[in-house]
Design a protein. Structure first.
Length: 495
């Protein structure tokens, strides 16, 4: 059984609080580790280390920072298999998903390697006679990241490569559920040569998060997780004078128009609803079937579900793994019952699928005739349950997305270019897919939803990430008339 502790100042620091939590392998239900949970004093230790490291790090040359980021990128790539193995062991996602997660994380490190281009600043010559004005962006100081269980490697990489590229130091507080992959990544950052204290890691729960939110030496908080906690983190961090970006939960709709390619749409719905056991903030959880497409589409999705290979993530044949905890699995299963009680039609009931052993598995479910007043529609289920809402028109589908409190992603499936372009305009969400069910932006764009899916005004990673981790400074400079210079520049007036 492994003991997982903090990484501060380049050292493993064993927990002293005496508070711990169990880490499980969700595919077997076995406890595989014990995680130290930080006390207020341990968080303070990490913040003091990061603050000290910032004194030098903020003026380390862009060339040196870039070199270390390239080293880090190469180490993450070289260790992708090991990161993926840790993801599967504690999160449960299948190996191909785990590898995909590492690949998407690498994109963010690669973007941060281009910081020299991004932080060039602007310059206005002769803003007035003898006056030049220029803008630079400077780092904030100690930044902290609080991350969710569902992308334990990728989400930290959305944050800290950009933060340190800009000259900040960073404290990562990963999810308690699957801490080994983020810990390994921070070890790789240390191996890459980042000086002690530039990237620290503390494990913890609400105690650690609250201390980070109130600590006066923490200047910025990046959060990704559920909406209630995102709201809390945003309000508390802002009340303590910090810059906060807090990404929350989601309920992503996929509109399928009558002209769509049914096979393409059904394949997309199955992979986007059940991939990673539906535990993705960009998962499709509602298919909005427009007009007469509904019967064929529901039949096509239903036909595909029995072919979905559900099993342990380290089995190369598995396409979907277990849920994160037993409690979460039972909560998700409860929604299938609720849907049925509220009058929806359970077309495929994932509870009927039997699994060997004590892993936290649940089969994929499909619920038809869902209406917007039902709990299965309103709540973020975060599991392998796909709802189908039937509407008569495109306009009804668009209104449904607008009326929904979440606004992370929205997708449309159609062969009609005009309809797709109209949707791009109408969709009340931060990320839109056109015949793409999970439109996670590439690392050189930025990621973030609208409404209850994001609190704060900066989205994450890419150009917006650099904006979040820096503050602008504008310098207005006036120099004496060259004719009056104390150095003889060769002008006649100097003689
Ligand atoms: P969560 O909100 O339970 O936890 C996220 C982080 O907050 C963890 O580090 C956890 O330790 C901390 N935390 C939990 N409860 C807290 C409390 N009461 N006070 C202070 N801190 C607390 O989220 P989760 O279950 O780990 O992740 C799943 C959720 O994250 C889903 O809602 C999903 O949609 C969302 N998510 C959103 C995005 C996005 O980009 N919008 C991406 C990934 C996940």
């Amino acid at each position: 059984m492994q003991q997982i502790s903090h990484l501060i100042d380049g050292q493993t620091v064993a927990g002293k609080s005496g508070n711990t939590t169990a880490v499980y392998n969700p595919a077997t239900g076995e406890q595989t580790g014990t995680l130290d949970l930080a006390s207020v004093e341990e968080v303070d230790h990490a913040v003091a280390s990061s603050k000290k490291a910032f004194e030098d790090w903020q003026t380390v040359s862009v060339a040196q920072r870039t070199k270390l980021l390239y080293n880090f990128r190469n180490l993450v790539e070289a260790n992708a298999e090991e990161i993926a193995r840790r993801l599967t062991a504690e999160h449960g996602k299948v190996n191909s998903d785990a590898q995909g997660e590492v690949a998407r994380g690498l994109e963010n490190i690669e973007f941060s390697c281009g910081v020299s281009e991004a932080l060039k600043g602007t310059y206005t010559e002769h803003a007035s006679t003898g006056v030049d004005v220029y803008s630079v962006r400077q780092p904030l100081g100690v930044c902290a990241g609080i991350t969710p269980f569902n992308f334990p490697a990728m989400v930290p990489l959305w944050m800290f490569p950009n933060a340190v590229a800009c000259g900040n130091t960073f404290i990562l507080k990963p999810s308690e559920r699957d801490p080994s992959a983020p810990r390994f990544i921070v070890e790789l950052a240390q191996e890459a040569g980042f000086p002690p204290g530039v990237v620290n890691l503390i494990n913890g729960d609400k105690v650690a998060v609250d201390r980070l939110l109130e600590h006066s030496d923490v200047k910025a908080i990046s959060f990704v997780g559920s909406t209630p906690i995102a709201k809390y983190v945003y309000a508390t961090g802002a009340a303590h004078g910090k810059r906060v970006q807090a990404l929350g939960g989601a309920k992503n709709h996929m509109i399928v128009l009558p002209d769509a390619d049914i096979d393409l749409a059904a394949d997309a719905a199955v992979s986007a609803a059940y991939g990673s056991a539906g535990e993705r903030c960009m998962a499709i959880s509602v298919v909005v079937a427009v007009g007469d497409v509904a019967d064929d589409l529901v039949a096509a999705i239903k036909k595909r579900i029995p072919n979905l290979n559900i099993g342990p993530g380290d089995n190369p044949d598995s396409e979907m793994g277990p849920l994160i905890t037993e409690e979460h699995r039972d909560r998700v299963a409860g929604y299938i019952e609720t849907g049925s009680t509220e009058g929806a039609q359970v077309v495929v009931d994932g509870r009927e699928q039997q699994f060997d052993g004590d892993g936290f598995f649940l089969g994929a479910s499909l619920i038809d005739d869902v209406t917007t007043d039902m709990t299965v529609y309103r709540d973020e289920i975060f599991g392998p349950v796909l709802s189908v809402v039937r509407v008569d028109t495109y306009a009804e589908g668009v209104k449904m997305i607008s009326d929904n409190g979440f606004g992370n992603g929205a997708a449309i499936f159609t062969r009609d270019g005009g309809a797709a372009r109209q949707f791009q305009q109408d969709a009340d969400a931060g990320m839109v897919g056109i015949n793409v069910p999970i439109p996670v932006p590439v690392g050189y764009h930025s990621f973030g939803g609208w409404k209850d899916s994001l609190f704060g005004d900066t989205t994450m990673y890419g150009p917006e990430g650099l904006r979040f981790y820096t503050r602008p400074k504008v310098v207005t400079s006036r120099w004496p008339d060259p004719a009056t210079s104390t150095v003889n520049l060769g002008f006649p007036q100097n003689d």
